[in-house]
Every structure is written in C-alpha cells, then in structure tokens.
Design a binder for this molecule. Structure first.
Ligand SMILES: [Mn+2]
Length: 356
C-alpha cells in the first residue's frame, strides 16, 4: 500500500471520508510537495474517491510535475471559502491537530452544519511506522550522530563552555551535509545536567563534572537523537554508580523490544531498574518518544501508552537520573522495531568514560 492508501484506510476505519491535512511534514509525506507556509494557508484535502487536492498560495513554489490538483489563492483571496466549497457538508470532516484556529473557526462558520472531528491519528499512526526508505534515512542520520559525538568528546577540554561545545556540534552537522540539528543541541556540565532540558550557557567545564550531550541532526528530512553522559576527570563514586544504573535501565528496556510488546511495559522495565536501586523519584520523565521528520512525533514511550509495538516503529529509549544541584545522567538511543527484535540505531558505546 502507498502512504496515501494507508491513510485513506485509517480514515475509513474511523468512519471518515474526508480530511484536511495541514502539517507540512504530513503533506510532504503524502505528496512529496515541500512548502514552509508560515502564517499562510497550506492544506491538503483528502476525499474518498477523488484525487487529494492541494490549497496553495501563489507565493509557494510547487514543482511543475506535481500530479495533484492545485487550487491557488493569492494574499487578497479567501482560501477558507475555497476549501468550504470543496468539502462535502453532509459528511464529517477530519481535521489535522495542527490546523490553526484562524482557519478552522471561519470554516466552521461557513459550514455551520458540518461535523468536525480531530483525525490527525490517521496520518500520525501511519507516520509512526517507517517504510524502507524512511528507515534508511533514519539509519544515516544516526550514523552521522554517532560520528559527530566522537568529535565532540575530543573537543572537550578544561575551560570550554557549554555553548562552545554545542556550536561545535552544530557546525559538524553542517559539514556532514545535514540541514542542521534536529532540536537545540544540549550540552550540560555538572549540576546543569540535573535539568533534562538545560539550554547550553556560558558555564565553564570543571574537574569532576559530568558532561551530558543530548544531540541530533536532521538529514534529508529525517532526525536522529542520542544522549551520552561522560565525566571530565575523575568523578565522585556515586556518579559512576548512577551511570551504570542508568545504562542498565536503558539496556533492560532495549532487551525486551520485539513486536507485540505494550509500550508501557518498556517504560516500566527501565523504571523498575532505577526504582529498585532507590533512585526512582529522580527519573522524572517518560522513557522515550517517537521520532521521524521531527525529533518528537506522536507516540509516547510512557507508562500510559498501552499500544503494542509494531515492526517499523522508531522511538527513543532514554532513562535518566537527575540529582538537583549535583548532576544528571541520561543514556539515550533510537531503536527500530524489527520483525523479531529491535535494531539499535546508535552504536556509540554507552559505558561511562573519563574525558580529559
Ligand atoms: Mn530524545
């Protein structure tokens, strides 16, 4: 089945015959048309029994050979009225979760009897299962990430700042032909690593600090995301003990992955390892997230997600322990669910290492 056929099948399962898709990544996924619309309207109308139709501004560049019907508008026209005239008001309409209220509400006003349903899952659940082309792109993005983290480790020296290391990593991604980082590169020294989302600042590296890299690139649209935690010079014994613990939690979860496992069981398995060692309260986030064209896509690897794993899913496994004011450790890989197990996309060693 093509991507479009898979999405149309999902819509049918939900009792829908039409949907507006507006996430530009979803539109690219389904049509190959790549537009960054910013505040302007860009939408794909899917309707059973007809070709998907694109609603596009004259400013957007659309390749000449695009096989889908195009409905053009200018900045002085009302594109919502155009969409309203194409929608079948007698049938419920599925809406993408990303469609701004500034378009959705005028459409509801134009067609007051229209039944509207949130139906992003019909696209997002297809995007969660990667096809061969996507798997290959994600392997490549992770291979680049593996290469660049080794260079980042070499770059670590006394007196360097987090910002300098993060900028170095971002430059290396560009050298590798990436679009850039897939999210703001995280480099955290010492106590800063106790904040899982710390943004690099002017903190200088000191002896005994942990050095946490949470980094990913976007290459040919697809993202990587990996975390490794090292130490600069000899750390306290407890830090090493916690690093081993977090790595074991990561490995425990990864060892269980194969098709048909409730995703919540993976979170629980990793969490149990950390809780049994007495650090459960310091693992304060979900185990992971789905990833693809964006670093975070629909799909949590958390205690509340009972969905079963399926071949083709790619998500992160990233347990952590964060001791406020002291340090933090996280060990993160991306994994691909295969027919009989999983492929860990990151090959960089996970053990702690003393840098410098
Ligand atoms: Mn992540």
């Amino acid at each position: 089945m093509t991507r479009l056929e898979r999405v149309m099948h999902e819509l049918k399962t939900k009792g829908l015959t039409q949907m507006i898709v507006c996430d530009p990544d979803s539109i690219w996924y389904l049509t190959g048309v790549d537009v960054a619309p910013y505040e302007r309207l860009f939408a794909l109308l899917l309707q059973e029994g007809s070709q998907p139709t694109l609603f596009v501004n004259r400013l957007f560049y659309i390749p000449k050979d695009t096989p889908y019907p195009l409905i053009w508008h200018t900045d002085s026209q009302d594109p919502v009225a155009q969409i309203a005239s194409h929608v079948d008001p007698s049938q419920p309409l599925g809406i993408d979760k990303e469609w701004p209220a500034r378009f959705l509400i005028p459409l509801m006003e134009a067609l007051p009897s229209l039944k509207i349903l949130l139906s992003s899952d019909c696209v997002d659940d297809c995007r969660a299962i990667k096809d061969e082309e996507e798997k290959e792109k994600m392997r490549i993005a992770s291979q680049i990430n593996d290469k660049v983290i080794l260079r980042a480790k070499d770059y670590i020296r006394a007196g360097v700042t987090e910002k300098e290391v993060a900028a170095f990593i971002d430059r290396e991604y560009l050298k590798e032909g990436c679009e850039g980082p897939s999210f703001t590169t995280i480099v955290s020294f010492g106590a800063n690593a106790a904040d899982p989302h710390h943004e690099p600042d002017d903190t200088l590296l000191s002896e005994g600090d942990c050095v946490l890299f949470d980094m990913g690139c976007r290459k040919d649209r697809y993202c990587s995301d990996m975390t490794r935690t090292y130490f600069f010079k000899e750390p306290e014994e407890e830090y090493k003990k916690i690093h081993d613990l977090v790595r074991r939690a990561n490995e425990k979860a990864e060892s269980l992955i194969r098709p048909g496992i409730p995703i919540c069981d993976l979170d629980k398995a990793a969490r149990d390892v950390i809780t049994e060692a007495g650090y459960g309260e310091y693992f304060n986030h979900r185990l992971g997230h789905f990833i693809g064209q964006r670093d975070h896509e629909k799909g949590d690897v958390s205690i509340s997600n009972t969905t079963l794993t399926k071949p083709g899913m790619i998500f992160s496994i990233e347990p952590g322990v964060y001791l406020p004011g002291r340090f933090g450790v996280r060990v993160e890989d991306l994994i691909l669910v295969t027919e009989d197990g999983c492929e860990v996309l990151n090959k960089v060693d996970k053990h702690y290492e003393i840098l410098g």
